[in-house]
Ligand binder design. Structure first.
Ligand SMILES: NC(=O)c1ccc[n+]([C@@H]2O[C@H](COP(=O)([O-])OP(=O)(O)OC[C@H]3O[C@@H](n4cnc5c(N)ncnc54)[C@H](OP(=O)(O)O)[C@@H]3O)[C@@H](O)[C@H]2O)c1
Length: 330
């Protein structure tokens, strides 16, 4: 019997930006053991989607071409595979698809139950789809790397979040403020009011001399820096702003920051820089969904685009003029 087809957006080769995306009809995925089939209601885009299209993750990702991009999805379960324990048909969910496989820019996706969590009615599909990559990275950086407790207990910490108006940064400032923290954030001029409105104690415009120097307006030294700005900042800028035994957590480590990481480690320096790679855990995704449900965390949505116009969403995200998550809806 012929497989049922679905609409999807794919690219066949590296590069090409939005014009490299093609609208195709491909078979609805068949389920492997432990997977559920999700009828997608929303997918959000991340910088990794563009980096993979550019070929920056070659030869690891994508696993094969043509590739259906998109890892962060929300929708409804319409079929349950063998050995699935936690879910049933009709459950609304949020899920993170594997980097190398993607599959988010489509009408349906097969998702492992271990990367999927339930989504209560209070959390819309668009809000939920913003959470996986950006929210999990922000949560991991704050709670695991910086040791911030989201119930407000724990020692007081001064935190700097660079790139606070980005996908990761917008979640990071809100999560950091749930802890016992003073939060300083950097962003561009047009996003200052938004970043302040999320509870940030002090906001620096990275276009000003003090902002570029990361200088705290209240003369604080930072205990932890979550470096989520997409552009690199040299160690010589971070170093004078750090308190004595402190840490810069770099989400986009390049050659220079990896060199600093090794140098600080072998010299037993008290001020350190560490690279962070997302280690996605369903329990953390569940925690984020619950925080959104309780009104303690929100997804800032830049714009929503139909799947039939996915190239518009891609172009908007690529030209860096967006603030918050770009959502694609089948
Ligand atoms: N390690 C991991 O596992 C992991 C996971 C997720 C993301 N990431 C990486 O983390 C970075 C951030 O991700 P994202 O989703 O937040 O990206 P994003 O939405 O593109 O945000 C990047 C932000 O950086 C800001 N920015 C650029 N230059 C800056 C500067 N000099 N000072 C302060 N802010 C600056 C931009 O602000 P303007 O728009 O105002 O210029 C933008 O808001 C990306 O490089 C991404 O690939 C890594």
């Amino acid at each position: 019997m012929a497989a049922k087809l679905m609409h999807a957006v794919q690219y066949e080769s590296y590069g090409g930006g939005p014009s490299g995306l093609k609208h195709v009809e491909i078979p609805i995925p068949t389920l492997k053991k432990g997977e559920v089939l999700v009828k997608l209601e929303a997918a959000s885009l991340n910088p990794s989607d563009f980096k993979i299209q550019k070929g920056l993750a070659r030869p690891l990702f994508p696993r094969k071409l043509p590739h259906t991009p998109g890892t962060d999805v929300a929708g409804e379960i319409v079929e349950v595979g063998q050995d699935v324990q936690k879910f049933k048909v009709g459950d609304k969910v949020v899920a993170l698809l594997p980097y190398g496989d993607g599959g988010g820019l489509a009408e349906y996706a097969a998702v492992s139950e271990t990367s999927t969590v339930l989504r209560p009615p209070e959390v819309s599909a668009a809000e939920g789809s913003g959470l996986p990559m950006a929210g999990l990275t922000a949560l991991q950086a704050l709670t695991e790397a910086a040791g911030i407790k989201l119930d407000g207990t724990g020692q007081h910490k001064n935190i700097l979040i660079t790139g606070a108006s980005g996908g990761v940064g917008l979640y990071a400032v809100q999560l950091a403020k749930l802890g016992n923290t003073h939060v300083t954030a950097t962003c561009g001029t047009r996003n200052i009011e938004l970043v302040k409105s999320l509870g940030t104690d002090e906001v620096l415009d990275y276009n000003t001399p003090d902002g570029a120097a990361l200088k705290s307006p209240s003369d604080r030294k930072y205990d932890f820096v979550i470096h989520s700005a997409s552009s690199a900042i040299p160690w010589s800028i971070f170093e004078p702003n750090l308190s004595k035994r402190r840490l810069v957590i770099d989400l986009t480590p390049g050659a220079s920051s990896l060199f600093t990481f090794v140098l600080k480690k072998i010299t037993f320096s008290k001020k350190k820089m560490v690279p962070l790679m997302i280690n996605a855990k369903a329990e953390n995704l569940d925690c984020l969904v619950k925080l959104v449900k309780e009104g303690k965390l929100k997804t800032v949505i830049d714009s929503k685009h139909p799947l039939s116009k996915a190239e518009d969403a891609w172009a908007k995200r690529l030209n860096s003029q967006c603030t918050g998550k770009i959502i694609v809806e089948p």
